[in-house]
Design a protein around this ligand. Structure first.
Ligand code: GRF
Length: 200
């Protein structure tokens, strides 16, 4: 199964996928290309360090969202991508792109959806909201991407305890280490295995 990973920042989730493939914890999957909307995303460095093609495709370089969506869809079709993985990707994908890859886009979100998700809930803000609400348990979710924000069918979730004295930063780190980096490769493996059996 050929995957593209879309990123905007540090790329620790991308790294988790790269490591899982390298260590054969994730099989039948090849990371064909990494696409960032930010030229300076460290995720592009991670791709380069691992011999994976990395490109920067910026929405602002296109006259409108549809033009961006069309170009991105065509670019990924040229790579014969089977699954688009959003890993810390902060661009809201346009409808035409979602339709072009209907049912083939997944996202990792750093909370147990439907808590702390939707517009405005990304990165540290998710953990700030969890701490503000005083939840005892949070976690991460992998879900299919539909036209909404964090609203598609849930594929996998993993819970993480909030600890006494947690800051948004310490909580984010624990959610990444104990949940995100675990369930994202697992979700990709589930999809790759089912695709393989379907194609067999
Ligand atoms: C992570 O919290 C991820 O859940 C969210 O973006 C943050 C950065 O991820 N979607 P990464 O380090 O760039 O993978």
């Amino acid at each position: 199964m050929k995957i593209a990973v879309l990123v905007s920042g540090g790329g620790t989730n991308l790294q988790a996928i790269i490591d899982a493939v390298k260590e054969r914890r994730l099989t039948g999957v090849s990371i064909e290309v990494v696409v960032s909307n930010k030229e300076d995303a460290f995720a592009l460095t991670r791709a380069a360090d691992n011999g994976i093609p990395g490109v920067c495709i910026r929405p602002k370089d296109y006259p409108d969202k549809d033009a961006y969506g069309n170009y991105l869809a065509g670019f990924l079709r040229d790579y014969e991508i089977d699954l688009v993985v959003l890993a810390g990707f902060l661009v809201v994908l346009p409808k035409n792109f979602i339709e072009a890859f209907a049912g083939k886009i997944i996202n990792i979100h750093p909370s147990l959806i439907p808590s702390f998700c939707g517009d405005g809930y990304y990165g540290l803000r998710v953990h700030e909201a969890a701490l503000r609400r005083g939840v005892k348990v949070t976690g991460a979710t992998v879900h299919y991407v539909d036209e909404g924000t964090d609203t598609g069918p849930i594929i996998a979730q993993k819970a993480v305890y909030v600890e006494e004295g947690d800051t948004p930063e310490t909580l984010q780190k624990r959610v990444m280490e104990q949940a995100e980096w675990v369930i994202l490769p697992r979700a990709i493996q589930m999809i790759a295995s089912s695709l393989e059996s379907f194609r067999a």
